[in-house]
Design a protein around this ligand. Sequence first.
Ligand SMILES: Nc1ncnc2c1ncn2[C@@H]1O[C@H](COP(=O)(O)OP(=O)(O)OP(=O)(O)O)[C@@H](O)[C@H]1O
Length: 369
Amino acid sequence: MLVADRYRLDTVIGRGGMGEVWRALDEVLGRPVAVKLLLNDVADASAEARFRLEAQTSARLNHPHVVGTLDFGTWQGRCFLVMELIEGDSLAGELAVGGPLAPDRLAQVARQAAEGLAAAHAQGIVHRDVKPGNLLSDRHGTVRIGDFGIARFVDDPSAGLTTTGQIVGTGLYLAPERAIGTPASPASDLYSLGCVLYQLAVGRPPFESATATVLLYQHVDAPPVPPHQRGAALPPAFEAYLLGMLAKRPEERPTARQAADWFGSGAWRGAPEPLPPEQPGTGHAPHGFVAPAHHRGTVHGVPDHAADGPAPAAGPASVLDTGWNTTVHRVPTRRPGLRASLRRHSRSAAVAGGAVLFVSAVLLGRSVF
Ligand SMILES: Nc1ncnc2c1ncn2[C@@H]1O[C@H](COP(=O)(O)OP(=O)(O)OP(=O)(O)O)[C@@H](O)[C@H]1O
C-alpha cells in the first residue's frame, strides 16, 4: 500500500489507542520510516485534531532522545504521521523479555528519558503519557521518547480541566496532582518517569489495583514501597532519588534537567546524599535536587486506608498498561467522611482547599461509583 504516493507500508509494528503504526519505506528518500495511521473507528473531528496536534507538538522537538517527526498529512480521508523508524523495542518490551533492568541500564534509561523530557519542557511541552510503551529503545539501546498524542503546551488553556474535564493518561503512572484534577506540569512527567523507572527496577509499577479509584488514591496518598523491599538491588542513592521522583508534592521532585544531570554524573552509584541545609520558605534544596526527607531511609508501610495496597512482587498485574480516562467532578464539601479522610491523609494542598475534588473513575466506560 502506497500512502500519499510516497510511503510504502510494509508490516504493522503495533496498534495504540489512536492509530496503527507501520514499518514503511519512504520511496522518495529511499529510507525506512514509521507511519502512524489514524484508526478509522476513532477518526472523528476531535481525534483528527489531537493527531494533528501530536504531529505539530513533536515536530517542534529535534532531539536525540525524542522520536523525530518527518511528515504529516491526509490520505484517502485518513490522517497519517511519518516518524523516524526506531528499530528496537519499547522499554515495556525490554522488561517483558529480560525482566527488571540492571542498575547501569536503568540509569542510562533514566538519563536519556530525562534528557528528552527536559528538551520538551524547555519548549513548554508536557508529555502527559510517559509510560514504558512510549519509551522506545533503538538497536544501540538509546532511548527515544515517542507518542506525543496527548502532550500539551504548558500555557495551553485546554491543558487544564473543566469541572467535567477528563484526565487523559495512563492510570498506573498518573501524578497525584493530576489524580485530584490539577493540570499536568513538567513535574507530573517526572512523577510518571519515576513510576516507569520503579517498574523497570522492580518488575511491577509502584501502585496497582483492580479498581481505578483505589489506584488514584494510592498515587495521592500511599507511600511507595521502597524498591529494595520488593527485591530490586539498586544502590541506596539511586533508590532514594527514585523515591524523590515519586514525591507527592510536585515541587519536591527534581526537574527533568536535574534528573538528567544527576543520572549522567554517576552519583546514582553512591550512598544517599546528606540532608540539605534548611531553605526557609522555598521547600527546595539549595543545589540540584535531594530526595525529600520522608523518602530517606524510612521504612514505608502501606496505610490501612489504601484499600488494596501495592501488589506483591509476583503474580499477574491487576491493572494492565492500558489507558483509561478519569472524569473529575467538583462537588461541594458536603461529604464530611471523604473530606476528613482526604484532609487527614493527603499531602496535597489542593485537596485541603475550600472545595474537594471528588475523583470518580470511569474504567472501561463503567463508573465505579
Ligand atoms: N517511530 C516508531 N518506530 C518504531 N516503533 C514505533 C514508533 N512509534 C510507535 N511505535 C510502536 O508502535 C506501537 C504503537 O504505538 P502507538 O504510539 O500508536 O501506541 P501506544 O503508545 O502503544 O498506545 P497509545 O497511543 O494508546 O498510548 C508501540 O508498540 C510502539 O512501540
